[in-house]
Design a protein around this ligand. Structure first.
Ligand code: ZN
Length: 491
């Protein structure tokens, strides 16, 4: 009886997973090859898919099955845990609130894009105010008496709390600020120079994807406005973009997305199309993209290899030698934009958003005062004023689409990557010799074995603890950053 309930529930979930994959494929299509004139029809198609998925997630039969089901083993127990959690979250939010949020955020995203174009926060503030109000309501419904922000955060990083992240970030912030001050004290390092043909950039990017272990028989690389990875199991696609004067944009965003994609492709085949068949959290996901991009892709050893490939491909690129190339790849520079920030300053961008969004949700900060609060904090942490709203409070899409609680998972991913990198170096002592030949395979095999294959079987902290032998802390990331950038920017 209970075994049957389990089997029926898993079969039902499998169909839900399949439909969710289809919905994801519609979004991928929209960002890559959809004809422009199809936008309105696509919105209707995606709305219909969302309604079907929501109805399935809140279907009372799921509750009945969960009450009756007995897991046959540990993996089964993990599946039930994930289904129970997803069902509880989906049922906690009243249907009319969910609909209102979907409608509002779809409008708010358009308003935000226009406000950013005009660089005028006052155009965006009224609709953001509505978004914050509804997100507070949603958070309260999810929290069931607990902390509202934590309930939102839990949607992206199950089990994480703002208090624990705050403690971690408090430890990081002074050391990061000191590092950025030291690096930006002297003259800025130059960027590369030359002609970087777009088709050649894409060719090199695909080569890098292959070297880092991306399986092209179960994925593809296309160009889009924003780099992203989408899908799970046997169909995991990534996008990238090219800039005529900056080949690193294409190369490193490709390696970053390959990290996300390899996580999905590396999950144990037996878990495909089940609730545990995805990366377990945004933080763990970001740890994979970051370690591929930064700790491996921007390492001195890999830069040795890449320098040769860049010169083979583009000829003269305006750097004197290999050492200068490594310094250029890892240069710290002044800037306002999170997505363009280096390994050190990126985390400062995240912490700023984390503090502001928590204050917004708590009601300690009003939307009317958000721009001023952003500008004050930016000047404190970065040492120069924001020049325009488009480069400040309006730069990210997240808040317009209601993604409160998402930002901290970027920095948490860096922290996890720091822990994993330290453990990886212990496990593969001759890693640099492989990287110098353009072969990160020993690293990606270790990550697959110790992180990726588990999918959603273990909680995020547990994934890191199992791989590293200890729970996540900021220490390894900070030591890595101090070591690397301390050497690049000696005092
Ligand atoms: Zn990412």
């Amino acid at each position: 009886m209970s075994g049957r309930a389990f089997d029926e529930l898993l079969a039902y979930q499998r169909e839900t997973e399949a439909l969710a994959q289809v919905a994801g494929r519609l979004s991928w299509d929209q960002e890559t090859v959809m004809p422009r004139g199809a936008a309105a029809q696509r919105a209707e198609e995606m709305g219909a898919m969302e309604a079907v998925l929501h109805a399935r997630r809140t279907d009372p039969r799921v509750g009945d099955w969960l009450a009756a089901a007995e897991a046959p083993d540990d993996r089964g127990a993990a599946q039930l845990r994930l289904i129970r959690r997803d069902h509880a979250r989906a049922c906690a939010v009243p249907a009319d609130l969910a609909t209102a949020l979907a409608r509002l955020t779809s409008r708010a995203q358009g308003v935000w894009a226009e406000a950013r174009e005009m660089s005028d926060f006052s155009l965006f503030a009224p609709v953001l105010d509505e978004v914050v109000r509804l997100k507070r309501e949603e958070g309260a419904a999810l929290a069931r008496g607990g902390d509202v922000y934590d309930a939102l955060l839990d949607g992206f990083e199950p089990g994480a709390t703002a208090a624990e992240l705050q403690a971690m970030f408090d430890e990081m912030r002074p050391r990061l600020v000191a590092l950025r001050l030291r690096a930006l004290d002297g003259p800025e390092r130059a960027a590369v120079q030359g002609r970087f043909d777009a088709a050649e950039q894409m060719r090199l990017a695909r080569e890098m994807a292959e070297r880092f272990g991306y399986d092209f028989t179960r994925g593809r690389v296309d160009q889009a406005v924003h780099p992203f990875s989408s899908g799970s199991g046997d169909d995991v696609r990534i996008t990238t973009r090219t800039a005529p004067d900056d080949p690193f944009n294409c190369l490193y965003s490709t390696i970053h997305e390959v990290g996300h994609a390899c996580y999905e492709q590396g999950i144990d085949r037996a878990l495909h199309m089940t609730p545990a068949g995805h990366g377990v959290s945004m933080g763990v996901h970001e740890s994979q993209s970051r370690i591929y991009e930064n700790q491996l892709g921007r390492s001195r050893a890999f830069c040795h290899f890449l320098y040769g490939r860049m010169r083979d491909t583009f000829g003269e690129i305006g750097v004197a030698d290999e050492e200068a190339f490594y310094a250029t790849v890892n240069r710290l520079h002044r800037g306002y934009i999170r997505t363009e920030a280096d390994e050190v300053q990126y985390n400062l961008h995240v912490m700023l958003r984390f503090d502001l969004e928590r204050a917004l949700i708590a009601g300690d900060l009003q939307v009317a005062d958000l721009e001023a609060a952003w500008n004050d904090r930016f000047a404190d942490d970065f040492g120069y004023p924001v020049d325009r709203a488009a480069n400040g409070v309006l730069q990210d899409v997240h808040w317009s689409v209601g993604l409160f609680g998402y930002f901290p998972t970027y920095a948490l991913g860096n922290v996890y990557a720091g822990c994993l990198h330290a453990a990886l170096r212990r496990a593969v002592p001759d890693l640099d010799a492989h990287l110098a030949e353009g072969e990160p395979g020993a690293a990606t095999a270790w990550l697959r074995e110790n992180v990726q294959r588990h999918g959603g079987l273990y909680a995020p902290r547990e994934v890191i603890a199992r791989a590293c032998g200890a729970g996540p802390t900021a220490g390894p990331l900070l030591d890595y950053l101090d070591g690397k950038f301390g050497a690049l920017y000696p005092a």
